[in-house]
Design a protein around this ligand. Structure first.
Ligand SMILES: C[S@@+](CC[C@H](N)C(=O)[O-])C[C@H]1O[C@@H](n2cnc3c(N)ncnc32)[C@H](O)[C@@H]1O
Length: 209
């Protein structure tokens, strides 16, 4: 087995339980189709790539065109689990404990920015989108895959009822967030937007406006 490109010394994680159960919920969903969406999300990301809120690194095996990937997350317990996934790719992946709202990177330092299932969890997505814009090179692309408030009114109403309880048990995930609208209202220009049949899942790209 290839040696990991680096190791990280991490403090005791505050959300260790969430990290422990995350893959138990997500890996089966990847096997039943989500992996295909992850390949569409990460496969075309080129150059120096930043993935925010990389979690346990489920996207890592899907990078194909990146030169290097920097993955950040504010939960060290999630990153600790992501380390072994860095061993499964030939691409160099650096993992950094950081808050997506205040990134420790210079302006215009990334060619592609990837976010998956996280703009719903990071507090203050508008600030995050501004921060991503700051670290994006002028030609950079934002690639996103997010579950969102459904376009179907009956489903959206159910999400609205379920959202407060879900936010408490899921580490802060806002199940009924209208993320496409938030991106549209930010300094990013959406170029391409796909929605699932029920409108509960979106995937797309945006360019730095
Ligand atoms: C639902 S998980 C998604 C993980 C991964 N992107 C995936 O596709 O499986 C949401 C992630 O957002 C991270 N997160 C939440 N708030 C954050 C913040 N302010 N800065 C960085 N990461 C954050 C959590 O620690 C968690 O790993």
């Amino acid at each position: 087995m290839a040696q990991p490109p680096y190791r990280i010394a991490m403090p005791k994680a505050p959300h260790a339980l969430f990290a422990r159960i995350y893959d138990l919920f997500m890996v089966p969903q990847d096997r039943f189709g989500l992996a295909h969406q992850r390949t569409r999300l990460c496969g075309p990301a080129e150059g120096r790539v930043l993935e925010i809120a990389i979690g346990t690194g489920l996207n890592i095996p899907h990078y194909k065109s990146a030169d290097t990937v920097v993955g950040i997350d504010n939960n060290p317990a999630m990153l600790r689990r992501a380390i072994r996934r860095t061993w499964e790719t030939k691409i160099t992946v650096d993992l950094v404990v950081a808050d997506a709202r205040t990134l420790p990177f210079p302006d215009r330092s990334f060619d592609s920015i990837v976010v998956g299932f996280s703009l719903c969890t990071i507090p203050d997505p508008a600030t995050t989108l501004r921060e991503l814009h700051r670290v994006a090179a002028p030609h950079a692309e934002l690639r996103f895959l997010e579950h969102v408030r459904s376009a179907q009114p009956s489903m959206a109403r159910r999400q609205d009822r379920f959202a407060p309880m879900w936010e408490r048990v899921s580490g802060g995930c806002r199940a009924n967030q209208e993320t496409a609208r938030l991106i549209d209202e930010s300094s990013w220009l959406i170029e391409d937007l796909w929605s699932s049949d029920g409108g509960g899942l979106i995937q797309g790209t945006a360019v730095a406006g």
